[in-house]
Write a protein of this length. Sequence first.
Length: 267
Amino acid sequence: MAAAAPERATLSPSTRPSPGLSASLNALADTLAPGGPLRACINLGNPILAHRRADGSVGGVSVDLATELARRIGRPLQTVVVEAAGTSVETVRADGADVGFFAIDPLRGQGIGFTGPYVLIEGAWLVREDSPLRDGAEVDRAAHRVVVGRGSAYDLYLTRELKAATILRAATSPTVVDTFLAEGAEVAAGVRQQLEADAARWGGLRLLPGHFMVIRQAMGLPAGRGPAAAAALADFVEEMKASGFVAEALRRHGIDGAAVAPAGGRP
């Protein structure tokens, strides 16, 4: 896919890189990006982390992190843009990209080495305004059909957790509410911010209180790159949180549906 021109983050004095980590990353440049450019898979299915601009380029927190990582290893950034989480997982697993941005899930750990999380995102329920449902505890019933984005963290989690309700899968996370309405389903599940935006767009919809899961969003690389590369990438994510880089990126992009993950938190 064609490379997009990413937004380059501006580093304040509080977000200056650690010389030791930068040296470690630079020494692993050929392992992290063996083909030359650092190929970062950017999933547009999660609006909290990435979006497409009017000029066709991509931006967002994940793009900022990829840009900074590429700078640290002295390589140009090449974005590999996909529309769904499942596609992003398969792209990195098949070595079609050097790094990606994923929700941590046991099923995704096969073939991908995860860092600790850098942001936490709430998964929420959405129903019609006239729905009798008032609480998330009422969702898992045989009469209910729950729409999720195919291959998303919500899909993987709810496939394990829902015992009575039926799961319907939309093509991507951004099309969940459209599918929910078209199918006449009882519940939609997804990123709280996306559901709130869709509720405002369509009208006659409301979110149930609370959340059904908190997603731990992490970076990852093909498992075959080895433990040294995985450890260096994990340390990079920890520094990006501790330095304020992730918090600044969330503010810069106007994101209020995510929180910076606490320090540590290896998968």
